[in-house]
Unconditional design. Sequence first.
Length: 297
Amino acid sequence: MGNFIRKVFFLFAESFRGLYRAKLPAFISSITIAITLVIFTVALYTYDNLIGFSHKFKSQFSVEVFFDEDLSLIDSRDLFNYIILIEGIEQGEFIDKKRASSIFKKHFNYDIKAIIGENPLPMGGNFDISEGYRNAKGMSLIVKNIRKLNGVDEILYQHGIVSKVDRIIQNSIGIFVVFGFFILLVSITLVSNTIRLIVHSKKEDIITLNLLGATETFIKIPFLFEGLIQGFCGSLISIFVSYLLYTFQIYILDSLINFSPMVSSYILPGNLILGLMLGLVGSYRGITKGIAKYLKI
């Protein structure tokens, strides 16, 4: 047990010595990992809040259906009840002639019956959309199903606005993904180059350990630890910077609009896990390319 502890202590000590010898490259690779994680954090945060905002925004949208003028009250109610059973319809309000006249008066400040002597407004319904259908494709499908019904004269819904909101979300996420992937590759490359630089600076130690019978795994472990340490440092920097950005955003938005942003519970563990993975993958690439020539094969 004591021998095992001494080995572990030696491996950790070697890892920190290696990082100390390559302070600047190690710092740059940690910063690059942090930048990568900040971009992914901002992308995830933006995605969650865009989705939440769009759902809240689109919850105000509805489908207005106008029935044929010659449809009786009973037939109109039957048609309304049939529409409300269509998949994607959450709830609805039946609008008879009296209700239609009231809505007209509210919007135009005129009593239509007093103006022309009768109420020519058609009956219909106003239908709210279920959350899963609050997108351009879902609403188009609902409208398509409603149009098939006999007695439906006209349908109004905010197709253009819904399409624009969906397009903005898709474009925003696409930009973050492409840029984040590019930074991801840069991070792995920098960690890999840093580890190779450390490997080169310790080539005599590697050769000596190899001649003394140390296994390849024993020699490689300190370099893997170095990558993990860089990834962990990058994660801590990312969490700190993300917190500052979040605090600054709250300070700005609170003075402008009443907005309560959503913060995913997996942002913190996601930063730590992804940072360690970036460090590990980068160090593994650096070891694979840099250490083989110093080992006795």
